[in-house]
Design a protein around this ligand. Structure first.
Ligand code: GRF
Length: 221
């Protein structure tokens, strides 16, 4: 990790993904259209060789690496050790989990405190903990964590869900929140239609979250 970032030093992001990479695309577009001045996508890593996100990275001449999953035998797996080396090699400041379908170990995360952020397609409480969330209209909704949060929102019969960007801690989907936005669930929504609307919100939120990190970087001593 590079040390203190002077305002003129670009903030270098690694984006970790396993799938389509529409959030990576939102970041690429924001960087290329100068909506995120002073931000660079230093590295894209996928644990899925067929992830379309890898193609998106290559189309924009970004370093893109396929890192296969290895069995998690020790506290930190061999491929987490490889990932660590890559992140250092590419002098990454922040790691964005944008649809990365692999839980990172506590030992890995300890190396990058408050440097790993995740997009979660549901509403999470401010400090990440607790099992209920109070929506803007005052209704209490269950906190939906894990892989199928969009489907769970439909199954729960609730009227609102959303997206949250949060710091990653060893407890899954339970780190402090950076930003969050609600998305209403419409009658007739399917998992696909709802996830599309959630992603449309995420594409804005991820830019807001990165701006927030950049501000933190330039204001912290
Ligand atoms: C997003 O909805 C994110 O919240 C979840 O995975 C999805 C990734 O989408 N963790 P994409 O690959 O960026 O299109």
């Amino acid at each position: 990790m590079s040390s203190v970032n002077m305002p003129e030093t670009p903030l270098r992001l690694a984006v970790l993904l396993s799938g389509s990479g529409t959030n990576l695309q939102a970041l690429i577009d924001a960087v290329e259209s100068k909506q995120l001045p002073g931000v660079e996508i230093a590295l894209v890593v996928s644990n899925n060789p067929n992830a379309y996100g890898l193609q998106r990275a290559l189309k924009h001449a970004l370093p893109a690496i396929y890192l296969p999953n290895a069995p998690q035998k020790a506290a930190m797996s061999e491929n987490e050790a490889r990932l660590t080396s890559l992140l250092h090699l590419f002098q990454v400041d922040y790691i964005v989990l944008a649809g990365w379908m692999r839980i990172l170990s506590a030992a890995f995360l300890e190396q990058f405190p408050r440097r790993v952020i995740n997009l979660h397609p549901a509403l999470l409480p401010d400090d990440g903990t607790g099992n209920t969330f109070t929506a803007k209209d005052g209704t209490e909704i269950p906190v939906l964590r894990g892989l199928h949060a969009v489907r769970q929102a439909l199954d729960a019969g609730i009227k609102v869900t959303g997206s949250t960007i949060h710091y990653v801690t060893p407890a899954v989907d339970a780190g402090p929140v950076i930003c969050r936005e609600e998305v209403s669930i419409e009658p007739g929504d399917t998992e696909e239609s709802l996830h599309e609307r959630v992603k449309a919100v995420e594409h804005r939120l991820i830019i807001e979250a990165v701006r927030n990190l950049q501000k933190k970087e330039t204001t912290s001593p």
